[in-house]
Write a protein that binds this ligand. Structure first.
Ligand code: AMP
Ligand code: TRP
Length: 325
């Protein structure tokens, strides 16, 4: 049996290059490697912890699903589903809540950041978010979880909960391991000291951006007052971030790229990088437009049914272990 791989993304609006290079691109490669039994879902329940309107939420869910399909996730190779369609996610998260120490959640960096920055919407869901994430993973008994580095702490909690559950009720869960890409933490284009994040759209390149916007954003990306192309994230974070992007989308190493641009300046380098990103995202954007005609509800319903079947089986075992049945 192949190891189970689970991951999800929240439908909260446009995906940026960090989401793509840190997670989405990897989802497709891992799916196509044939080495894993893959499940990818839309983390819609998680996304309710942020501010939204119901109309927006509905659109964000179908937009993310279209993105999944357009980028190459394939319902014939992976189970693609919507978290909220599988009630067992929230049911298991309740059981996990009862073995989660309060102090562990209070320490979570993402909760601390979000509750400080969005203090008017510091809801309990935001606090409990990592426990639902643990349920997403353990419900399918995943052994690997591809994510960006901002999710490592949440994954560590998942491992702790798996261990705790196993020792209290008998072994059932694996302790899932993270799978990071070569770009686990892409930095902002306007400030290479900050992570590219949707909470700072001014530093984001979105995968749905039009070609001229992509080129412009790369052209304007903050570098430094030097002019050579170098890869040295500590000393020259701006240009190094761009070299890293170049490397991730061409599969050339940073060293090879630096060599290739020896004697050339920022303008040449940025122009090429902009063009390469346009080449990468134009077919994706066209595919996404085409897919809009498709009955995505039908595809999603099928995936939901497959996920439901699997979730029900594990949850039955969990309930027995806990003594509920
Ligand atoms: P989210 O939009 O928060 O659901 O994130 C989706 C995925 O993208 C998660 O696996 C994140 O860890 C990853 N991610 C988000 N921002 C970045 C970034 N700047 N660099 C690399 N990965 C990222
Ligand atoms: N918390 C993740 C994020 O913000 C999304 C997510 C929810 C997830 N449940 C998950 C990722 C389970 C991997 C596995 O990116």
């Amino acid at each position: 049996m192949k190891p189970v791989l689970v991951s999800g993304i929240q439908p909260t609006g446009k995906l940026h290059l960090g989401n793509y290079l840190g997670a989405l691109k990897n989802f497709v490669e891992l799916q196509n490697s044939g080495e894993y039994d893959c499940l990818f879902f839309i983390a819609d329940l998680h996304s309710l912890t942020e501010t939204y309107t119901p109309k927006e939420k509905k659109e964000q869910i179908s937009d993310l699903f279209l993105t999944y399909l357009a980028v190459g996730l394939d319902q014939k190779k992976s189970v693609l589903f919507q978290q909220s369609a599988i009630a067992e996610h929230t049911e298991l998260s309740w059981i996990l809540n009862t073995i989660t120490p309060f102090g562990e959640l209070r320490r979570m960096t993402q909760f601390k950041d979000k509750s400080e920055n969005e203090s008017e919407n510091t809801n309990v869901g935001l606090f409990d978010y990592p426990v639902l994430m643990a349920a997403d993973i353990l419900l399918y008994n995943a052994s690997v979880v591809p994510v960006g580095d901002d999710q490592l702490q949440h994954l560590e909690l998942t491992r702790t909960l798996a261990r705790k559950f196993n020792s209290k009720f008998g072994k059932i869960f694996f302790e899932p391991k993270p799978l990071l890409t070569s770009v686990p933490r892409l930095m902002s284009l306007d400030d290479p000291e900050k992570k590219m994040s949707k909470s700072r759209p001014e530093g984001c390149l979105f995968i749905d951006d039009e070609p001229n916007i992509i080129r412009k954003k790369i052209q304007r990306a903050v570098t430094d007052s030097e002019s050579t192309i170098e890869y040295n994230p500590k000393k020259r974070p701006g240009i190094s971030n761009l070299v890293l992007i170049y490397s991730a989308i061409t599969d050339m190493t940073p060293k090879e790229i630096v060599l290739m641009y020896n004697g050339k300046g920022y303008a040449d380098f940025k122009k090429d990088l902009g063009n390469k990103l346009v080449e990468l995202f134009t077919p994706f954007q066209e595919k996404k437009k085409e897919l809009k005609k498709l009955d995505i509800k039908k595809i999603l319903d099928e995936g939901n049914m497959q996920a439901k079947n699997r979730a029900q089986k594990t949850y039955e075992i969990i309930k027995k272990k806990v003594g509920l049945i």
